[in-house]
Write a protein that binds this ligand. Structure first.
Ligand SMILES: [Zn+2]
Length: 347
């Protein structure tokens, strides 16, 4: 048994029934089959989540949003927004989803493990304080960041969001908060429409939101180039005490909902970069929460690649810079021009 890496999962996550929606229970079934079939689960500590309390959900969300979810569930289910069906059980499962990330954080803070990947649903990064949207009910990663601040007094938290969609909800929660550095790389233009380069935070939080909108078609090399030249120098300057990840796999070349060209192996290489940041700053502490990813096979392969990255010892990624398209180089340089105002490592 490996003592560094853990997996959060609960069969009740399958009870969030969305009908024929792409954000389906089959996503988790596919992932778990793959992890079990390849023997990866044998190397992991299994962690059973418990539901977040309503007080913990209130770290981020307004009472009106929580009550509305409860009311829709009480009448047997319905639509939270145009894209977000919920069933009778979804409110309780959404508490278990947020609770999965909280449990992961507690295990890492207790030094029981270094890295934990929470395989949860419903996802969270589009949920704003006032509403669920984009398949998301409660903002799991934002609630976990608030938990780290309030329960453990953590002063610098990095949230790295590699879902293909911009995490508008997470950005909104921490837009004026210098204790949480929100970094997102996403397809642009694309749903939900936010996440342009000039959204950098506000007030005391100015400079602590970093958006990397990328053109459709960006591949592994483009993602790694953007990470190396934007996230890595900024993170080494910010020095996070804890690293949280919103891990969506919808930037995969086979994903039906977006148009990026990241491979399953590429997600492992992206994970290597984040893991290296954590090793150098937060004593390796990382909690990863599942967000999107809608091709069942690609999702399972990509999650496996991330676990392989977490389980690997020592340096393993090669970072070559050939074949970087001009549109990626240009966009990265534009972002560096903006971020230079806030981060001395970017010169
Ligand atoms: Zn997504």
């Amino acid at each position: 048994m490996n003592t560094t890496t853990g997996l959060v999962y609960h069969a009740d996550y399958l009870k969030h029934d969305t009908g024929t929606h792409p954000e389906s229970a089959e996503r988790l079934v596919s992932i778990m089959q793959k992890l079990e079939g390849t023997g990866i689960t044998e190397k992991l500590n299994r962690i059973t989540p418990i539901k977040a309390s309503k007080d913990q959900i209130r770290y981020v969300h307004h009472d009106a949003h929580i009550s509305r979810v409860e009311a829709i569930c009480a009448r047997g289910g319905g639509m939270l927004d145009l894209d977000t069906p919920i069933c009778q059980d979804s409110g309780e499962i959404a508490l278990l989803s947020a609770g999965g990330v909280l449990k992961a954080v507690d295990e890492v803070m207790a030094n029981n493990m270094k890295h934990i990947f929470a395989l949860i649903r419903p996802p969270g990064h589009h949920a704003t304080p006032k509403t669920g949207m984009g398949f998301c009910v409660f903002n799991n990663i934002a609630i976990a960041a608030e938990h780290l601040k309030r329960e453990y007094g953590v002063k610098r938290i990095l949230i790295a969001d590699w879902d293909v969609h911009h995490g508008n909800g997470t950005q909104e929660v921490f837009f004026e908060d210098p204790s949480v550095l929100y970094f997102s790389m996403h397809q642009y233009p694309h749903y939900p429409g936010t996440g342009w380069t000039d959204e950098v935070g506000k007030g005391e939080g100015e400079g602590f939101t970093v958006n990397v909108p990328l053109h459709a078609g960006t591949d592994d090399a483009g993602y790694l180039y953007a990470l190396k030249h934007i996230l890595v120098p900024i993170a080494m300057d910010f020095k996070p005490e804890f690293v949280l990840v919103s891990a969506g796999f919808d930037a995969h070349i086979s994903d039906p909902l977006a148009s990026m060209n990241v491979t399953s192996r590429g997600f492992g290489l992206i994970s290597d970069v984040i893991k290296d940041i954590a090793e150098k700053n937060s004593a390796g502490k990382i909690v990863i929460a599942l967000e999107g990813g809608y091709n069942l096979n690609a999702l399972a392969e990509s999650v496996s690649a991330v676990f392989e990255s977490l389980l690997a010892s020592g340096e393993r990624s090669e970072k070559k810079e050939e074949g970087i398209p001009e549109n990626v180089r240009k966009r990265v340089e534009e972002i560096r021009q903006i971020q230079r105002n806030y981060w001395s490592n970017i010169r």
